[in-house]
Write a protein that binds this ligand. Sequence first.
Ligand SMILES: [Zn+2]
Length: 303
Amino acid sequence: MSSRQRARHAHRDSGRGPMLRRRGLLTAGLAVAASTAWPASSAVGAEDAPNLSTSRAMVAVPQPTGRPVFFYSPHQDDETLFMGQIIARHALAGREVHVVLVTDGRASAARQTINGTGINGWWKDRHYPEREGYAPLTQQQFVEARTREFVSACGQLGVWPQNVHVEGYHDSTLTPAQAASVFEKYDALYPTAGHYTMSWDDTTTDHRTLGQALRTLALANAKKWNDVRWTIKQENAHRVAGAKAYTMPSDVRLQTQELARRAARAYGAWCPASGSFAVGYHSVGPTYFPRVEKGEPNWYHGK
Ligand SMILES: [Zn+2]
């Protein structure tokens, strides 16, 4: 399915009646509850049962029955790097969490690295696709590999599959009108939802375009867009008045850190034979993923 087709598919899904969606969630919930339970195989004895006081314990994500909240990720990985703990916190609280991937991420230079051109700061060597047994990725294959990482990461953050949306706009050329149309589309479908995206003062172009578009909507109609927030890279936080680290309640701090950490693993999976190319880590591996590993907080601001 192309990104566009997926987007239309997601749109159709989200147009279903609430009762139907709730029933679907109930079934999905049982499956996920079973799969997140600690493995009951003989490899894990009773003495190895998880200690619930540590972040390594199993994390139970409840049914999403609360008011919807949307997180608009400019590219595959921003939801994990800059919103991961906040997304997990809302999922753990039972909110109906949606994540929207706005662009397709096709322009990333990570494709050249994976295809054997140049040395990457994370892998610290060049790749040799022929020797390593895979064909260089076309732009479309690269986009699909990135989106697989994104979908896997959302699952780890506690987002239910039917609430993961892919828009597929070309990255680095996202326009303010396109950005605004994404917010308006989901606000029309979920009028009571809250909205998070990246800051209008973030240093990355697509991030800024999304942040500015949401800000423009909020300034024009504060009543309609009354629950809007922006996440921002820590190093950009000084650029916006009021930007601060997200204060996580102590009872969920370890769990949110752990879910973000698990989501990051989707971006480091290297197995070309099964379509995993660790694009996230090849892209910003040394820069941002260590912060997720360390459990550093996300940063955000209001309008
Ligand atoms: Zn990004």
